[in-house]
Write a protein of this length. Sequence first.
Length: 288
Amino acid sequence: MDDTPLSRRSFLKHSLLAVGSLGLLAGMGGAYGIFGEPNWIQTTTVKLSYKRYPASFAGMRIVQFSDTHISKYSGLSHLTRLAQLLQRQEPDILVFTGDLFDSRQGEISDDVIPILSQLQAAHGKFAVLGNHDLRMDAKRITDILEKSGFKVLVNENQRISRGEESIHIVGVDEMFHGNPDLPLALQGVERDEFALLLAHEPDFADLASKYAIDLQLSGHSHGGQIRIPFYGSVFTPDLGQKYSMGLYNFDGTEFHVYTNRGIGTTLLPIRFNCRPEITVFVLETNSI
C-alpha cells in the first residue's frame, strides 16, 4: 500500500500480531481471510446533501471503486465479477480512485480493457492514478484506462451539465510519485459550483478542505485490510492513516472525505473484518 521501506518493515512487524490474532480466530474458519472475505464485496450507500449541489442532479448515483490490485491473487475472473456488480448499481457517474494493478504481485495487461469497457455510466467514467500505477508505468496504465472509456484526470477537471446547471469532477495527481496541484485542477471551477474531488490518498483531504471542494473520494488504505476485533487495523499506509476508512466530516464546513476500502489486496493476500467495497453516493441539495 505504501512505498517507504520503513512502512514495509512496520507492516511485517504488525503482521505478527495479525497472524497470532487470526490463529485465535481459527474457529471462525482458517481460510476465511484468504479465500472468503476477499471475494465478499460489500456495497455501501452514502447519502449526503450540499448547498452547492444543483437540484437538477438530485438522486444521481455516483459509484466508486478503488484499488483493484489485479495480480496473481486477484485476476481477470475477479475483475469480471466486479464489473457485473458495478453495473448492477446503475451508475450515472462511475469513478475509479487508483491502483489498477499490484506492483508487487501483478503485471500490466491489456486483457483488462474488454472487461472495463463493458462498464457504462450515463454521464461518464473518470479515474485518477494511484501509487502502484505510477510505480509501474503511469503512461501505459493511463492508456489502458482511456481505452476502457475512462477519462483520467491529472490536475484537471471535467464539467458535467444537466440543463443550465453543472458539477465538476476534479482529479489530482498521486502524492508519492506525482505532483498534485489542486489550484491547477480547479481552474475554471467557480466557487458556487459543486466540486467532487478524486484523490488516491485520503490524507490529501487536509489540503482539499481549504479549497472550494465539497466531497473528496479516495482509496489507498484498503481500510487497513486486516482489522482485529478490539484492536483495529493491523497496518495503514502513509497518507492513509488519518482518514483510513469510511466517511469523515470537517467541523464548520460541508466538506467530507470518503475512503473506500478497495477491492484487491497487497503485501498479503488477506482481508479480515474489512470487506472489499463498492460505494454508491446519492447526493441531494441542502436548502437549509
